[in-house]
Design a protein around this ligand. Structure first.
Ligand code: AGP
Length: 614
């Protein structure tokens, strides 16, 4: 939550900051703001709403500067208005700060500062932090870097911050704990700082990811200096960015979400690239190789995640239990971390996260690590905090996902879970050679089948037009497709603001069936697998109560076609691989309905892509 971007160098900061903020808007869009230094003035421009509002606000203003910081906010402390927007000034207005995270002890710090004569304009924890830093500078008579270091030893919570000072227009000070921060080392002594690499990639590919409790002193024309909050010098480790500029642009699509849905044949292929060799019958995930024995001998696997990643985790439960015979539990990271769970050294935790920054998932990992469990990560963002906190793991390689609603990340997560379960299951002797070979062949064919699925887009759009004004939706699925039903409902809720519920199909008669009438559309997965006949019976029950049925069926199905109002066909595949196909029409349905309702598909209200607060 919240996006940070900063620049110091010989070029104009303003266009770099605005472009960067637009790339980071997916992290929050309640308000945005920038601070620039020129002619010995430190000017703040901030505005409620999206970055476009800030651009309008700065028209005609003095924005010439070669140093600047910018922020796009997802509100935590204080309403999303102009005053609470970042950056914030210090008491003397000599310093300005941008912050992503939460200072948990801000109330007590604020009280002390008020007693010492500080006055605050905003309701934010961030303003307290910059006042504290300046207070330390004066009271302890130390320079700004030391004041930042002392202050960060006093605060409890999460932060990624960048500070600039009117007194030194060539220097930025950045620091992080639990919120991400990356520094771009540009040409001719220029530097960039951002929450992720997307605002940086077009200027430089050389980056330094800050670790927790590290402080960077970033001075134009000088080498980057790193210390930690214990005041130990650290040698910066410069890495090369792998992302390409095209992957973070819309490439002709109306929305990122649509582009990302359409990228799935490629993103799924990329998740398997170098890991699956059908001809040789090999599945090999280099990132977990050293821990495979440990996984095979695990007492149980606990999957922790949030939101869509949690749904992928549920598919993972079916896959692992089915193919490896290792017991699996799937936990909401937010519940797991607070309920004193029983974890021991023979447990393996799989943490799934697209962003690799989700605060609850990160906290769950830390807790399980303390208790001696082995932690495997499945992340999309390379170099993210979760990917660095785990013992081992596999990246999903789906490429940057910008749309707040997760689509290609979900199918990539399911693909990686499938590869893991196949590899472990086969080595453990839990699946036969013939089943293993069949699944490898079928998995290899999935990208082509997704491609085929995407051709149903026109038909899904037609169905969307019919149901776009509905107030409620029910999603049903069984077995492997129960998590897909949950995911379909989540997609619709988050981008179209229509109330939707996902249920295991057989649970319907234990309550939700009471909701069925002619105004209730029901999306049901009825593919030709294990429980097909039972799902058909569930559909009949809905039909008898005048519910409107949109069924996702296997190509050539006639039985469901005869009773459903609308059908969407998927190519035949194995049951355990079907979520990779059945989830596609659900994504398209929610996308089209949201567009038809005039919703902001890529940036739905109240949401942010990366939830770095608890
Ligand atoms: C999905 O569409 C959501 N925006 C959300 O549920 C998301 O999956 C969740 O916040 C977890 O994020 P992560 O995968 O980055 O950890």
């Amino acid at each position: 939550m919240c996006g940070i971007v900063a620049y110091v160098g010989d070029n104009e900061a303003y266009p770099i900051l605005i472009k960067g903020l637009k790339r980071l808007e997916y992290r929050g869009y309640d308000s945005s703001g920038i601070a620039l230094i020129n002619n010995n003035n430190l000017n703040l421009y901030k505005k409620q709403g999206k970055v476009i509002e800030l651009e309008k606000f700065t028209e005609g203003k003095d924005i010439v500067s070669t140093i600047g910081i910018g922020h796009t906010r997802w509100a935590t402390h204080g309403a999303p208005n102009d005053i609470n927007a970042h950056p914030h000034y210090s008491k003397s207005k000599n310093l300005a700060i941008i912050h992503n995270g939460i200072i948990e002890n801000y109330a007590s710090l604020k009280k002390e500062l008020i007693q010492r004569g500080h006055e605050f304009e905003s309701d934010t924890d961030t303003e307290v932090l910059i006042h504290l830093i300046e207070d330390i500078q004066y009271v302890a008579k130390v320079d700004l870097v030391e004041a930042v270091r002392i202050a960060l030893n006093e605060v409890i919570g999460a932060y990624a911050i960048v500070i600039i000072s009117k007194d030194n227009p060539n220097v930025m000070i950045a620091a992080k704990k639990s919120s991400p921060l990356v520094i771009g080392v540009g040409h001719h002594g220029e530097y960039f700082v951002a929450s992720d690499a997307t605002p940086i990639v077009e200027y430089t590919k050389n980056v330094v990811y800050l670790d927790d409790e590290q402080i960077a002193v970033i001075e134009k024309g000088k080498d980057l200096r790193l210390i930690n909050i214990k005041n130990q010098e650290i040698t910066p480790y410069i890495q090369e960015l792998e992302i390409q500029l095209e992957t973070i642009e819309k490439g002709g699509y109306e929305h990122f979400m649509l582009k990302e849905i359409y990228e799935q044949p490629t993103s799924i292929k990329n998740s398997m690239r170098g890991r699956l060799d059908v001809n040789k019958g090999i599945v090999s995930l280099g990132g977990i190789r050293d821990y495979e024995q440990k996984i095979m001998n695990a007492n149980r696997i606990i999957i922790v995640a949030c939101g869509t990643s949690w749904h992928a985790g549920l598919v993972g439960e079916y896959l692992f239990e089915d193919l490896t015979r290792i017991p699996v539990e799937v936990e909401y990271a937010s519940e797991f971390r607070y309920r004193n769970p029983i974890i021991n050294e023979n447990d393996v935790i799989i943490a799934i996260s697209q962003s690799g920054e989700t605060a609850d998932t990160l906290a769950a990992i830390k807790l399980a690590k303390e208790k001696g469990a082995t932690i495997i990560g499945i992340c999309n963002v390379v170099g993210s905090t979760i990917s660095r906190e785990t013992h081992c793991g596999s990246y999903t390689h789906a490429g940057p996902e910008i749309g707040v609603a997760s689509t290609k990340a979900f199918t990539a997560q399911v693909t990686v879970l499938t590869l893991m379960a196949l590899s472990i299951g086969y080595k453990k002797g839990a699946i036969s050679d013939s089943k293993y070979r069949l699944l490898l062949t079928e998995l290899d064919a999935i990208p082509g089948k997704v491609e085929q699925m995407l051709k149903s887009d026109i038909q899904v759009k037609y169905i969307s037009e019919i149901f776009k004004d509905s107030s409620n939706f029910l999603y049903l699925g069984r077995g492997y497709n129960f998590p897909v039903a949950l995911e379909g409902a989540l997609k619709l809720k988050e981008i179209s603001y229509i109330h939707a519920e996902g249920y295991p199909a057989a649970e319907m008669k234990h309550g939700p069936i009471a909701l069925i009438d002619e105004d209730m559309p029901l999306v049901v997965v009825a593919t030709k697998h294990g429980n097909y006949e039972k799902v058909v019976s569930n559909i009949e029950e809905v039909k008898a109560r005048s519910g409107k049925i949109i069924a996702i069926v296997t190509e050539g199905d006639t039985e469901v076609k005869a009773i459903a109002d609308h059908i969407i066909e998927i190519p035949a595949t194995e049951d355990c691989l079907s979520p990779l196909l059945t989830s596609i029409p659900m994504q398209l349905l929610s996308y089209h309905i949201a567009v038809m309702r005039g919703c902001n598909v890529d940036q739905p209200r109240n949401l942010a892509k990366s939830v770095t607060v608890e």
